[in-house]
Design a binder for this molecule. Structure first.
Ligand SMILES: [Cu+2]
Length: 118
């Protein structure tokens, strides 16, 4: 009987640990956002090719004096358009389907990037 209670307590402890780990993960959101993030600055998407797992939200962070956008290419199967955003703004898009999704900056079509969803 006491062995059974011990197992239940252990299971509760493990469950609690994952809950805490989960909370810890969301409290350090800035670093996990960076992992799935793209900086838009100096007429570049950085990194130009960002690989993410399916179901992840990619966040573009706009910096620098020139406003830019993140806009999916015409032939991209995943569609998004941030509109033109100034420094300090962010735009997020969740990618569910796997594939390679090219995008560009509306005002500066030579700015190109790709989100690769694995
Ligand atoms: Cu631009």
């Amino acid at each position: 009987m006491s062995k059974k209670i011990g197992i239940v307590t252990l299971a509760t402890l493990i469950f609690s640990f994952f809950l805490i780990a989960g909370c810890g993960d969301s409290s350090v959101k800035s670093s996990s956002t960076d992992q799935n993030g793209v900086i838009v600055k100096d007429f570049e998407f950085s990194p130009a090719i960002r690989e993410v797992p399916a179901g992840v939200t990619v966040t573009w962070k706009f910096e620098g004096p020139t406003p830019h956008s993140t806009t999916s290419d015409q032939d991209s199967l995943e569609k998004w358009d941030s509109g033109v955003l100034e420094a300090g703004k962010t735009y997020s898009h969740r990618f569910e389907a796997t594939g390679s999704f090219p995008y560009h900056c509306g005002p500066h079509p030579s700015m190109k990037g790709t989100i690769v969803v694995r």
